[in-house]
Write a protein that binds this ligand. Structure first.
Ligand code: HEC
Ligand SMILES: [Cu+2]
Length: 363
């Protein structure tokens, strides 16, 4: 719709924004969402007008003065078909249009940069692949698809960015995703839109959209020295995961290199795809799915790891010799210290050497 008349469109959006009826449009999907929204408002207004006109004209035309004796009117197939088919067509347009947008919003492109977001009473924590952390704010670049992988550490929350027209639930125990591409630099509202306890209304923050150059600067300034995958590697060593997951021939656990995205055969029959959700389950609830050819000896790490810890481990495993979503690690490696490859943790313990030899974060 916005293709038809950009001037009219801008006028409409500006007018709505100035009257605080509408947040600004700051993502690629926003004008598309709004077009559908305006279409629905328009159809409703036309419907309302038609009903009001008919009610008024009928009450005049068929008033007692003009028609003292009631008359039986038999049905008209043409009329009935018309008032069925036209609304049906309109509703189907809304349905198909809405479904197309829905699938767009919830299907991230494969090259999207992934940022993890953990919701907890009462704050939002963001974990960038480069190791940057933020609380109640999220910095993103313009012109790049950004995927959020959300999870809650306690109750249901909902991550909402009105200016982007996206919103997604953060659910305890399950990763959910949403994506967007920001278009306009600026600072926008972030809300939790699911009532989550007394301080729910404080669970707000800023979405800071930067140009790619400013974003690079921000990344460099906010780096914590280690990427998310490197933090994961440290945890992998300190939790002695590498005691079982290593490349020795007598290793008790499977090698985790290239496991991300792979189809794993299960001892119960069938296969499972090792995505983020599966890796999380494998760490917290290993007895749920046993990989074929291995004994159910892996201990559970439930209660020993925060969601951020799990995220770091998942990010580490994801990056083990994998070129999946190479974009996000390009981002990571840009920030790594010169000595990358011999990460500090890897040189501390023999166990960590095992894991490093499996292939650290790819270059
Ligand atoms: C006592 C040995 C042992 C330890 C310690 C251990 N694991 Fe495992 N792990 C296994 C075994 C055996 C399997 C395969 C059987 C299964 O699915 O449970 C496995 C499976 C997995 C899987 C599923 C992938 C696959 O190919 O089956 C992941 C992911 C994983 N472990 C991660 C970890 C992480 C992360 C740690 C440390 C926090 C860890 N493991 C600690 C033995 C271990
Ligand atoms: Cu909340």
């Amino acid at each position: 719709m916005n293709h038809i008349s950009p001037t009219l469109w801008q006028f409409l959006v500006k007018w709505m924004t100035n009257f605080a009826l509408f947040p600004p449009e700051a993502s690629k999907i926003a004008p598309q969402m709004d077009a559908l929204y305006f279409f629905m408002v328009l159809v409703s207004l036309i419907g309302l007008t038609v009903v009001i006109l008919l009610v008024t004209s009928f009450s005049i035309l068929y008033s007692k003065g003009r028609h003292p004796v009631a008359e039986q009117i038999e049905g008209s197939t043409l009329l009935e078909a018309t008032w069925t088919i036209i609304p049906l067509g309109l509703f189907l347009v809304m349905f198909v249009w809405g479904a197309l947008i829905y699938f767009r919003v919830f299907t991230p492109p494969a090259n999207a940069m992934n940022i993890y977001v953990v919701g907890k009473q009462w704050m939002w924590k963001a974990e960038h692949p480069g190791g940057q952390h933020e609380i109640n704010s999220l910095h993103v670049p313009t012109g790049r698809a950004v995927q959020l992988t959300l999870i809650s550490q306690d109750v249901f929350h909902s991550f909402s960015i009105p200016a982007f027209r996206v919103k997604r639930e953060a659910i305890p125990g399950r990763y959910t995703t949403v994506w967007f591409e920001a278009t306009t630099p600026g600072t926008y509202h972030l809300f939790c839109t699911q009532y989550c306890g007394t301080e729910h209304s404080h669970m707000i923050g800023d979405i800071v959209v930067l140009t790619p150059e400013d974003y690079k600067k921000w990344l460099a300034e906010s780096t914590s020295g280690a990427s998310l995958a490197q933090n994961g590697e440290r945890l992998f060593a300190s939790l002695s995961c590498s005691a079982c997951h290593n490349t020795r021939p007598d290793a008790r656990g499977p090698s985790l290199a290239n496991v991300y995205g792979a189809k794993l055969p299960l001892s119960s029959g069938g296969t499972v795809t090792a995505d983020d959700a599966y890796l999380r389950e494998a760490i917290l609830n290993p007895s749920q799915h046993i990989t074929q050819g291995y004994a159910p000896i892996m201990p559970t790490y439930q209660g020993q790891l925060s969601e951020e810890g799990v995220i770091a481990l998942v990010e580490y495993i994801k990056n083990l010799n994998s070129d999946y979503r190479i974009q996000q690690t390009l981002n990571t490696t840009e920030l790594l210290p010169e000595s990358e490859g011999k990460a500090p943790a890897a040189t501390q313990t023999p166990a960590a050497k095992g894991s490093a030899s499996q292939g650290m974060v790819k270059q």
